[in-house]
Design a protein around this ligand. Sequence first.
Ligand code: HEM
Ligand code: HEM
Length: 193
Amino acid sequence: MSSTAFAAGSGYDRVARATHWLLAALAVIVVSFGWASEAAPRNTAARDNLLLLHRSLGLVILALVVFHILWRLRHRAPPLPATVGRLQRAVAHLTQSGLEAIFLIMPLAGYVNAAAAGHPVSLFGVVAIPPLLPVDERLSQFAIAVHLLGQYLVYLLVALHVTGALHHALIRRDGVLDRMLPPRRLRAKTRPM
Ligand code: HEM
Ligand code: HEM
């Protein structure tokens, strides 16, 4: 059904869209749980549960980003409208690659922090991912420093990315946001005026 609109090269395919919006939602949730666990009193069950959810969702994001990257390597992005200039394209691509990179680095740094301290990481309390690294306290400390500093890169890149999306949707109205939306809206919006 949707393939005709996408065959015309106007939008992202269903899998790319689904993983993208799932990632966007999980990114907001994982950061909220990160803040909440930082704010919760130490050595309480509440904090442990918040951290369990934070870590588990972070690992789900890691898997999703890897999947998204592999998918996108095999399924090319639809071309941007010709009205989008070279500088803007470059900034958009840099921001998107930066987002992919930071959403790989953050969960990996979180995992290394635990693993290099000799701790497994529990996935929703169901399976435990064992520490796959030798114990190295300095590496563990370095990893948490990367994690805590990395959050600012997350905020910066997400802010740039969302500002770009809103700029296209509200000011330029050039259909760039629609490429990431379901095809019915895409078609309705791209009908001749
Ligand atoms: C996309 C994935 C992730 C993002 C964006 C993220 C982001 C954050 C943020 C924003 C904080 C709060 C920092 C602060 O308030 O200063 C945090 C804390 C933390 N995160 Fe993550 N995180 C992710 C995944 C993970 C994973 C997979 C682990 C472990 C396996 C982990 C372990 C931690 C730990 C231990 C803390 C410190 C919490 C505390 O001291 O209470 N994170 N993270
Ligand atoms: C609410 C937040 C978000 C909004 C409104 C948004 C919006 C968009 C839009 C409109 C596009 C299409 C741009 C184009 O056609 O080139 C896009 C692409 C993209 N977005 Fe987001 N996004 C959000 C969050 C995120 C997050 C958290 C990530 C983290 C990985 C992300 C990663 C990407 C990537 C990598 C692309 C390039 C297309 C692709 O590979 O699928 N976005 N985003």
